[in-house]
Design a protein around this ligand. Structure first.
Ligand code: GRF
Length: 201
């Protein structure tokens, strides 16, 4: 059984999808720690309700970035986690933290990467005019929304879509993709070929 830490900044619907997948026996894992960089994050109450230890690690500004991520690395190492999941965590991790968990950090992003990295990807997709959008679960490397792709799921974009409607359609797929990707990674039956994670079963 894999030991997971989940990092959040807000709503925590992906965290909830993981809690539900574990409860339903679809994901053989345990969430041992939730960390939020914001005090009021809704995801914190989801963790609390599920009996998961949750901690606020308040962001203290760019100038304390190094110390912030050192502290986070300590917490994650102390919790002896196998995988760190970024589920709506809105900060770029330090290179040292990424190096402390080689192929051990996963991010969920609401676009079909490498298209539309960064913030408000769904709006970027609408503004560009694509007809297919989606989500990507990928390993985290030192770049922004880069790193080998584990799972992607696509959704159609319709003519009348707003940012909100498209985001909601993608979110449904995010909630499927994240537990799926974690199961694959925990199975250890994969390898990285180029920019893809290849499933070996
Ligand atoms: C999701 O769209 C995720 O892809 C992005 O941030 C959002 C987080 O949503 N990185 P939630 O907090 O999991 O509900």
């Amino acid at each position: 059984m894999g030991r997971l830490a989940v990092l959040i900044s807000g709503r925590g619907s992906n965290l909830q999808a993981l809690i539900d997948a574990i409860d339903a026996g679809k994901l053989d894992a345990e969430i041992v720690l939730v960390i939020s960089d914001r005090a009021g994050a809704l995801g914190l109450s989801r963790a609390q309700k599920a009996g998961i230890p949750a901690q606020v690690l308040l962001w203290e500004g760019e100038e304390r970035r190094t110390q912030y991520f050192e502290r986070m690395t300590e917490l994650l190492q102390k919790a002896q986690v196998d995988l760190v999941i970024l589920a709506g965590f809105m900060r770029l991790l330090s290179a040292n933290l990424v190096r402390a968990f080689p192929q051990g950090i996963i991010n969920i992003h609401p676009s079909l990467l490498p298209a539309f990295p960064g913030l408000r990807s769904q709006r970027q997709a609408l503004e560009y005019g694509v007809k297919v959008a989606g989500c990507t679960v990928h390993f985290v490397d030192e770049g922004l929304d880069s790193g080998p792709i584990i799972v992607q799921k696509a959704v159609p974009v319709y003519d009348g879509d707003t940012e909100e409607i498209l985001s909601e359609r993608i979110l449904v797929k995010e909630h499927e993709a994240l537990p799926e990707a974690i199961s694959l990674v925990l199975s250890k039956q994969w390898q990285i070929r180029g920019r893809r994670v290849i499933c070996e079963y």
